[in-house]
Design a protein around this ligand. Structure first.
Ligand SMILES: *[C@@H]1O[C@H](CO)[C@@H](O)[C@H](O)[C@H]1NC(C)=O
Length: 159
């Protein structure tokens, strides 16, 4: 009986401790530290042959209404649409996704043809980028692990 309740207690602690450990990835605020964690993938898509910013950021047109997919192991796990400023943001629950998995096994893919923002750009193919971690933002009990694209590349065979 005692052994059984110990086991149950152990399981309980495990269930609480694991998300906590993941939420605290990297940036511990205080002694207690943040309790809730989020992974945020954010970026701006530009209307250029490779989707990246040109020499002058203010002069580079953005790519609005583009569907940005987060693909992991070939599967689409989340999507976002760029707004009128070309900005996209994808939030992930760190209980389901480890930062290391996002960095090593996932990528962003944009299948919306570049021609939809500039008719001189290709109407087939798409853009793809790996992800990089750029630091944690701690706000009270919330810890946000920030990820951004390493840089998009045009891929004529992207699907
Ligand atoms: C459209 O794309 C072409 C080719 O990259 C570029 O020369 C042109 O300046 C772009 N037009 C606009 C309005 O951005």
């Amino acid at each position: 009986m005692a052994l059984k309740s110990l086991l149950v207690l152990g399981l309980l602690i495990g269930c609480i401790a694991l998300p906590l450990a993941q939420a605290q990835l990297g940036g511990l605020g205080g002694l207690l530290g943040p309790i809730f964690g989020l992974l945020r993938i954010q970026g701006i898509l530009f209307c250029t042959p490779n989707g990246n910013v040109g020499v002058s950021a203010t002069a580079t047109p953005v790519f609005p209404n583009a569907l940005v997919q987060l693909q992991c192991g070939g599967n689409v796990v989340s999507t976002a649409t760029t707004d009128s400023s070309g900005v996209f943001s994808i939030l992930m629950d760190p209980v389901n996704f480890l930062l290391s998995t996002l960095l090593s096994g996932c990528r962003l893919a944009v299948n919306t043809p570049l021609a939809s923002c500039n008719a001189s750009l290709p109407s087939v193919g798409g853009l793809a980028s790996n992800l990089q971690f750029v630091g944690n933002t701690v706000a009270g009990l919330l810890n946000v692990a920030n990820l951004v694209p390493t840089g998009f590349q045009f891929n004529a065979n992207l699907h």
